[in-house]
Design a protein around this ligand. Structure first.
Ligand code: OAD
Length: 240
């Protein structure tokens, strides 16, 4: 670990790509691990335009449960360690696939939320936004047609679903951060979802890439070093 700490201390630009494994440390389930199914449904069947068109209320029920879970969890030692590192490194970017806001809650400032955020809802038709909790409150109160928007569209979470493009400005900034980075940490992601995963490959970065994950992943073959450990066993040590 000593050599990695030295590389980080010497680096002017660091990019960290995170996935749901870092939030497992806070008690949230990962997508593909145990608990990765919801009522026997795969995430791809819920987090997709097709899933929403088929049963919008079911999809909102899923997000309602996840939002409640997010509200009751705290950032982990791993999230906090990244916020501490950001204070020391001149150019430090967290690119996250997570929608749980835990990096921001931990104090990270330069956070790119590639897959959106479970804080806001947006209209399917006109792109108006409102707090996600307002929609959940309307659903809970039994209001008539709580997910209908006046323009004729429907309220949906501001989250990138399967089959949808990433917000272009966020993706561009993430690609820039990957290109600039001298060291990249890849933490708690299976590396199965594109284009996020490819940011850690030679296509986008010339950085020294270190994976921190207890399991082998689709990115393992592409990284310079794999540390087979939990995020909270490694990151706090790097931020001492
Ligand atoms: P996955 O569930 O695919 O992968 C979670 C990864 O975290 C696995 O490789 C685990 O081994 C690892 N892991 C588990 N506990 C860990 C710990 N304590 N420390 C470090 N690593 C740990 O989740 P993601 O890669 O985040 O997209 O999934 C990517 C995207 O697929 C998500 O953003 C989501 C999902 O469908 C959307 O919702 C658009």
């Amino acid at each position: 670990m000593e050599d990695l700490a030295q590389r980080l201390a010497a680096a002017r630009s660091v990019c960290v790509l995170t996935g749901s494994g870092i939030s497992a440390e806070s008690g949230l389930p990962t997508f593909r691990g145990v608990g990765g199914l919801w009522r026997d449904r795969r995430v791809e069947d819920l987090a997709s335009p097709r899933g929403f068109a088929r049963d919008p209320h079911l999809v909102w029920t899923w997000y309602g449960e996840r939002r409640r879970a997010h509200r009751s969890v705290e950032p982990s030692a791993a999230h906090v360690a990244l916020a501490v590192l950001e204070d020391r490194i001149p150019d430090f970017t967290v690119v996250t696939q997570n929608v749980d806001s835990l990096h921001l809650l931990a104090g990270s400032r330069n956070v790119l939320e590639l897959h959106g955020k479970m804080r806001e809802a947006k209209c399917t038709r006109c792109d108006e936004r409102r707090p996600l909790d307002d929609v959940l409150d309307a659903l809970a109160s039994g209001a008539p047609d709580p997910i209908a928007h006046a323009c004729g569209g429907m309220w949906r979470p501001d989250i990138v679903w399967f089959g949808e493009p990433l917000p272009p400005n966020v993706l561009e900034r993430a690609i820039d951060a990957a290109r600039r980075a001298e060291v990249m940490l890849v933490v708690g992601t299976s590396g199965l979802v594109q284009p996020a995963a490819s940011l850690a490959t030679k296509r986008y970065t010339g950085a020294y890439v270190v994976e921190i994950n207890p399991e082998e992943t689709a990115l393992t073959a592409h990284v310079d070093r794999s540390i087979r450990a939990r995020a909270s066993d490694v990151l706090p040590e790097l931020a001492v």
